[in-house]
Design a protein. Sequence first.
Length: 271
Amino acid sequence: MARAGRCAAPSSTRSASALANVRLVARLDVKATNLIKGIHLEGLRVVGDPQAHAQAYYEAGIDELLYMDIVASLYGRNSLLDLVRRTAEDIFVPLTVGGGIRTVEDVHGALLAGADKVAINTAAVRRPELLEEVARRFGSQCVVLGIEAKLRPEGGWEAYTDNGRERTGRDAVEWAREAVQRGIGEILLTSVDREGTRRGFDVELVRTVADAVPVPVIASGGMGTTEHLVAVARDGRADAVAMADVLHYGRLDLAAIRAAARDGAVAVRCP
């Protein structure tokens, strides 16, 4: 049994294809200058200073950081670039920035500020050609499609925009497939139904999308225990797991998360 702070080898029962490290991603939703957290992407509460939290997660060994301006699309602006610049000065793990990315120029500005990848949702739904334009200019590796998915009463999932407020009429899985054809390199898949509930990821959603596309899928929305991470990595086939509530409120620490993942035969990086 691995203890927090130790790196034990994952179980030999896992297949070779499953031995790629599952990335642990700290998701920081930002409104103005504040780190916030809600439930179902609503009922937002101020948690603190996003840069201070990002620094703490970096020092604790997080694999990647994700900054999301959750009201940028609603108000037609992006206020993250100053925060990204300050963060990039002291933090040296991949940084993804999303919210308010509407043009190739917006992407360029985010990359110049220090982002490694950009997440695009609303603007891509409105004009899917944007994904191709960004991929051609900057490479697929920096283009992340954000999908905010809600379960349909009749089955399947619909993609939403504007922080889970606006229906698109698009099937989330088919949209993921189309976006891959347009050149994206990764998918940030958020279950709006599970987000902030601590009830676990929508494993079926994640597995369905992961099986449908050849690019990495980041599972987001619902983590409350380490068992949830193990389930979405092993059964949902997620390539990365985004965490917010459990980190922001100190419910779990990264050393314990890594130890539990490896005890569950999920390979993770050893910092």
